[in-house]
Design a protein around this ligand. Sequence first.
Ligand code: NCD
Ligand code: ZN
Length: 336
Amino acid sequence: MVVSLNEPLDMHLHLRDAGMLDIVAPLSAETFSGALVMPNLVPPVTTKEALLSYRKRILDAVGESTFMPYMTLFFKSDYSAGFLEAVKDDILAIKLYPAGITTNSEGGVSGFDLKELAPVLDAMSGLGIPLCVHGETGGFVMDREAEFIPIYEKLAKNFPDLKIIMEHITTKEAVEALKRFENLYATITLHHLYITLDDVAGGLLQPHLFCKPIAKRPEDREALLDAALKADPKVMFGSDSAPHPKDAKEAPGCAAGVFTAPIALQALVQLFEKHDALDRLQSFVSDNAKRIYGINPPEKRVILENSPYLVPDIYEGTVVPMFAGRTLEWRVVSAG
Ligand code: NCD
Ligand code: ZN
């Protein structure tokens, strides 16, 4: 049996920089037509110069591939309307991080004072620039996303023309919130469709499954699965593939992030087939994102067949993927 996917899109991707970029960007470019690239470099991407030079480094890293890096800026409440106007054609969205909530987010927002955020959000609204949000408070780790929902609602209500994307949702509360506001959308990762907190910390600790937001309860995963498998028109695939060097993961103070980009399509097909939902996968992994973001990504057709695929233990001796050393049921046979 074969499955064919057109223009697969990864609407939340960390490509990093320098040596790591050179390892991971070609892996995404192999099976994805394009991806929304996160701006949490050190320092974060906050200027037009940084944005354009990062884009060029990504294109250099993917070589001949037609892969489209859809760029984002790191949200700052002091961006001027003139600056936003000048960068709007170079970005697809702006990513807002609460200060200090995850990897390289120290320069993010604290307090969520609407008066402080309004000038930039109004300007984004007027220019049609979507807002992507890492929605977690600084509360108890299992409750951070649910506690953030009132902030999403405040944003959605006060900026009704702003498209707001709840990134990497992990809870049934977030799935519910999507239904309440027309201008709320969401990305769902691969790993949050597969795992719960039990897989991370229920037995021996699994550093390669540790990420922000942390995987939650079985009923949360069920709610995410329900939205993804029916390809709810407000959700899209965003891997949140977040590579860290092996020695930063297998260490005290393990860095947060699961590296899934090179195995994402294979594992998604496996999951959708298991749930008899293969007919919805094209929407989840591409069509919904095209419609929500109004993009027309480079043509690409990826064909997968159900034959065993042994996931590498490690890429370039540096970065360990999800399902390392395990066999998935689907392999990519062609992509072009
Ligand atoms: C991401 C990273 O490492 O950049 N980590 C993660 O656990 N997902 C940041 C993020 O998206 O939160
Ligand atoms: Zn992320």
